[in-house]
Design a binder for this molecule. Sequence first.
Ligand code: GLN
Length: 475
Amino acid sequence: MAHGAGTLSLGASRRHVLEGGGSVVDLVGTSLAKARELASLNAFLELFEDSALKQARSVDQRIAAGEAGPLAGAVISIKDNICYKGHRVSAASRMLEGFESLFSATVVDRLLNADAVILGRTNCDEFAMGSSNENSAFGAVRNPIDTARVPGGSSGGAAASVAAGIVHAALGSDTGGSIRQPASFTGTVGFKPTYGRVSRYGLIAFASSFDQIGPFANSVEDATAIYNVMAGHDPMDSTTSTRQDAAVELRGTGPLRIAFYRDCIEREGVDPAIREAMLRTVTRLQSEGHTLVDVPLPLLDHQVPTYYILATAEASSNLARYDGIHYGYRSPDAKGVDDTYRASRSKGFGPEVQRRILLGTFVLSAGYYDAYYAQAQRVRRLIRDATLSTLSEHDLILLPTSPMTAFECGALSEDPIAMYLQDIFTVQSNLAGNPAISVPLGRDPNGLPFGAQLLSAPFQEDKLLNAARSLFPAS
Ligand code: GLN
């Protein structure tokens, strides 16, 4: 059953409140009511009603005083791995159930300073590990387009909150595709900026050399508005770039050189509706004066294994801090230190997180380190070099976001490898660090949406977002 997909526009909402059409308090009231009405989607783990209304009242005052920030009128959700001081955050894990943030992520501070309202925290796969949002300790999320299907993952609640028309935009995190694949599954825009463009301070770490925060929205304009507020150097995250060219101005684009991977579009396993829409897009863009060049996708069969070796290695290290002693869940029955570690981690983490910790610890262990971890680092470098070389000769790369449309709940849960292969077209940008965006491209015969993905060279968000808007005007 479908919930009428909402297409809330942040731009329209901003004009509405600035021109005196209504208050931000009313907007928040409407969003809260809609979230409650659609509670069965399980998109939100918590609505921050008190702080959202408080922020709304102060934004209304600033509007009245003529001091409205760039995001006045925006109601936004944050994924449950982004810290907001004084609010709970759990990474959808029993391990952090009831934990309250002691500080806010830089992105949260920047959004609030720009007069956005944060409505609540959205459900996700536990510690952002998954492609369907079925790995949450607090239940799966339903796709608002068809509630028998998954919304994608790991930022499934974020995608659903936008697609269902509850919020104007959502913050997600993307380590291997977790913003772009759910955007594809829900007919929304999902944007992963360059690694280092947006601060990760206050993002619960999964794989630190891949993780990146980015927006979901109903249009490229709205995603750009959120990105512009979040992007730029942060002294609290030493991996953020000090470049001064973060801000994007949308103005259109001239003819572009676009690389595409015919091989991967025509590959077995790509849904025929997606294949046909991609091939039609290639023809359309050519007829609009762009140059489309068929290039080989670098090391396609090695991308997913490389990602899963490196991401699990980093996760096993990052998640070592949840030891049942410093903070988080502690088993009440454990006796002694070893038993406390074992019992707390066995009960606090779900099966997928445990699988990843085991795999990550294995690939880092003495005797296997060179064969797996060090080798995967070398392959990552090859994939990165090949990607950047393609992007030095072409403005963009065009490829599908996902090989399929939203699948039925439970369809892949018993088959981790099939689930991992979901990420085949998204991990390239995380391995290479370049920005990537998924924009709605079409619908399959069942009415399920799917996206097209565009990649640009690192720190070329301006080119990427301008192209996404011009080449896919419907988005
Ligand atoms: N699906 C991928 C994984 O499970 C990506 C997750 C993500 O981007 N956070 O690792």
